[in-house]
Design a protein around this ligand. Sequence first.
Ligand code: 6R9
Length: 653
Amino acid sequence: MGNEVLSNLMGGGEVFPPDKEFAARAVAGADLYDQADADREAFWAEQAERLHWETKWSQVLDWSNAPFAKWFVGGRLNVAYNCVDRHVDDGHGDQVAIHWVGEPGDSRDITYAELKAEVSKAANALSSLGLVAGDRVAIQLPMIPEAIVAMLACARLGLTHSVVFGGFSPAALRSRVDDAQAKVVITSDGQYRRGKAAPMKANVDEALKDAASVEKVVVVRRTGAEVDWTEGRDLWWHELVDSQSDEHEPEAFDSEHPLYILYTSGTTGRPKGILHTSGGYLTQAAYTHRVVFDHRPGEDVYWCTADIGWVTGHSYIVYGPLANRVTQVVYEGTPNTPHEGRHWEIIQKYKVSIYYTAPTLIRTFMKWGADIPARYDLSSLRVLGSVGEPINPEAWLWYRENIGAGSTPIVDTWWQTETGAIMISPLPGVTAAKPGSAQRALPGISAKVVNDSGAEVPHGSGGYLVLDKPWPSMLRGVWGDDDRFRDTYWSRFADQGFYFAGDGAKYDDDGDIWLLGRVDDVMNVSGHRISTTEVESALVSHPTVAEAAVVGASDPTTGQGIVAFVILRGSATDEASGEEAIAELRNHVAKEIGPIAKPRQIMIVPELPKTRSGKIMRRLLRDVAENREVGDVTTLADSSVMDLISSGLRKPE
Ligand code: 6R9
């Protein structure tokens, strides 16, 4: 395997052609590329026709006010109707939509008819609070059915949801609630994590102290933990929702009606509220879910292991799959609770046929050992997916061999919160797969690798990934900040009008695309985007810290690990013992942002390497963090700083 990996990294490795039988039945054929190339707008119109529109659009794409796109102009639809009611109306009310598996071992099967009743009740409940289309609702919930019901109830009413990952701190939740001016927050008493009940509402209470926009907090009972109660503001979900009528007439909204805001880290300290709208988003989420996973409704059992707090949960647990009448597993907990075979046990039990997860988890499974999946019957699996970061060929090959019986296609799907749906991916049954490469833009999508001046690089070379044509599920803006939207995504290649993804990429000799990671100050830790600036701001907000610089250092399990270099204030240096100060700072970052942002390593240093203009040279710090010979220091204002740093350091663990 070693040689294969090496030659793959060099772009000339083993290729896995599609299985003939699989190809013969595949949902998508190679002709899809030609069809899309022949007439892109007609192609997307055809994909949109698969949804139910109350009013048809008059124009497929209006790009006249670029970069603000309008797709399916004048069309009207209800997103929740498309994800739920439509399937009941078509006679599939008894089909299981969700096999929900709780971490402690409880479970629930929910049919489309039941989902429709639940969503209708929740919609009636939210209306009864006085919410009207366009209002924002923040949702911080664990992976329980109510999370999906709450999102769909918002969509049904034209309320714009903002889901906040359950692991985010009160401060992070608060800034999101304030930015979106959310009127209602939906949360739970607690959540199960690694076999224990952890509080959730307590965090929300802390977050919402004097939050002016918030009128009501709706609380789902999950763990039964005691919670503080703010009379007049707090309401139990079961008291509010259960008594409502399960009839609710869905209203159609404009294709460009805001569906959700999802905050993601950028290169500055302040997260951006990425805005997605309705018709184009649902069209591409459903199309990609169908062709990339070769999904057949009524036959497949699908499982995406993401959390609804991330975009993968939005597009590939809620909107895309449900629009396609999926039967899916939704699992609440961690993959090693109560044992390291939990995922394989679930796949065996529900006969999961499509499994979509992240490279960081695959590498964790590798670490736990191939003997664990080998104990389970995984023969139902027929498509495997990967998302969140580049998948190294070794993990790809392990995944195919040990989870996919050495034969299932693997789809390595590149996309972003901003793109809303998958953009670059192999098509199972069509593409001859190359381990480690996302390969090619999907039919209807256009991506290029360009150099600094925006010219496409030749095959065999690298540069920046750009998207050179608008796509239906593209972000419609940054909530409340049009300038930031233009600056961040559209200014780098303004002359060409390209969307700048922030990722490095290269073409191999066949013109297939290999993603090379972020080219900006965004780290990718276990598939989560965290900005260096955000962690730096958290560190310097601690009273003992004078200055901080943060880098992402490559990590065998998490992709990148956060490494912080910190200068303590004069008095703190004398008082705090190193270990204690470091533990305190790690916890401080967890408190400010959330446990996912906890630095793997903090190094207390006397100085930071800076250029003459005062810019921190992260490249040099990365060399230190990755245990390498330190590179060129000639642009440093004081070239002795690196010696000072290196000599003062304990060897990185
Ligand atoms: C869906 C999601 C987006 C960033 C993106 C890139 C990285 C995602 C990838 C990948 C290589 C893949 N990324 N998928 N890199 N190959 N298949 O992850 O959204 O959280 O916004 O992250 O993740 O760097 O720019 P998001």
